[in-house]
Design a protein around this ligand. Structure first.
Ligand code: ASP
Length: 349
């Protein structure tokens, strides 16, 4: 096992995937902008650069990456139809879990190095209730299973076969285990060289993390992913780890993360941001400090590591920051849903 890993570590060629993922990101961005008027619950879409666009407006929903736009729209619709904030953050990311064009969330996500897609998800409410599942197979909506862990079990996290058993017991459909056409094609291509390195490039992370606040100021968050593509079988990232990929506290605010999970777990990224906000930092200052901390603790490989943080405080102020350029997020109120580019520690060029 060890020799297999190290031989693959030595077999790196990061160029082509970066290009492919950049192109895909650009395509999704163009498609979303082009189809903006058809997204339910969205009355206007624009590109902006400052994270404070709707400062103080409630309800407020934030989601990582371009798939955040339709996810936000679904979350806002849920709120409009009387759903709670926890319903909204679950419903919002379920949209992404079903998005066949997304290769890093849901069962259509890229598999691990054995060719098996495994999913991680977490959900948290501002009162401290939380649930998570990790290393789950054949379940279309890991976020809903995480909610079951939160609401129907005395536990916080259930993984692997146990999570599948819980899904069966709760009546979740168990899907046939086969790769989506897109994932299969990418996996077969990857297998030609089996290049593997646990730090990947800037564009290889597309987890959805969503944080939201209802009109009364109650907070909740959700995070769901198929994790790092071609990861070791059994690898779990930050997304299902409460405090790493997601943390929510009604007294302070909420934060979520995307990017190389190992680097985020090392600094308890989302918990760190909420605690910095508790000490008086703005969400923006807290995200920037978390990125500085992450860089300090992962400095050796930092040129290959992307991670981005997204946060809001209970006053509806917003912050976002990433290690490298390229991270963006969607911000929605009842009337608007816009993409915003995050700032980054390292600048373009
Ligand atoms: N954070 C996720 C993980 O490491 C990956 C991502 O954000 O795309 O599993």
């Amino acid at each position: 096992m060890v020799s297999l890993i190290s031989s693959n570590f030595n077999n790196l060629r990061p160029d082509s995937k970066l290009t492919r993922m950049s192109q895909r990101r650009k395509f999704i961005k163009q498609s979303l902008m082009g189809s903006a008027l058809f997204i339910p619950g969205v009355s206007s879409i624009a590109e902006a650069t400052a994270p404070s666009l709707f400062k103080g407006e409630k309800p407020l929903i934030l989601s990582t990456w371009n798939h955040g736009l339709p996810a936000n729209a679904a979350a806002v619709e849920k709120l409009k139809s009387g759903g709670s904030i926890i319903d909204a953050v679950e419903t919002g990311v379920k949209d992404t879990e079903l998005d066949l064009s997304n290769l890093s969330v849901g069962l259509q996500g890229l598999p691990d190095r054995e060719g098996i897609t495994t999913l991680d998800a977490s959900i948290m409410s501002g009162d401290g209730s939380c649930g998570a599942v990790a290393f789950v197979r054949q379940v279309k909506h890991p976020i809903s299973l995480a909610r079951v862990v939160m609401e129907k079990t005395p536990h916080v996290m259930i993984v692997g076969e146990g999570a599948k058993q819980l899904a069966i017991a709760e009546g979740f459909p168990i899907e046939k285990e086969e790769l989506s056409p897109g994932a299969k094609k990418a996996y077969l291509k990857w297998k030609e060289t089996s290049q593997y390195k646990p730090v990947i490039n800037i564009e290889n992370h597309d987890t959805i993390g969503m944080i939201g606040m209802d009109a009364k100021g109650n907070l909740a968050g959700s995070c769901t992913t198929s994790g790092l593509s071609y990861k070791m079988h059994g690898r779990v990232g930050d997304s299902p780890i409460i405090g790493a990929g997601l943390f929510v506290d009604n007294e302070v605010g909420a934060a979520t993360a995307t990017g190389l999970g190992e680097s985020i777990i090392r600094i308890c990224g989302s918990f760190l941001i909420v605690e910095l906000m508790r000490q008086g930092r703005t969400p923006q200052e807290a995200c920037e400090e978390a990125v500085r901390r992450l860089i300090a603790k992962n400095s050796k490989d930092i040129k290959d590591i992307q991670a981005g943080f997204l946060a809001m405080n209970k006053d509806g102020e917003v912050g976002a920051y990433a290690v490298h350029p390229g991270f963006n997020f969607a911000q929605a109120t009842l009337q608007n849903n816009v993409m915003i580019d995050s700032g980054s520690h390292f600048k373009k060029g």
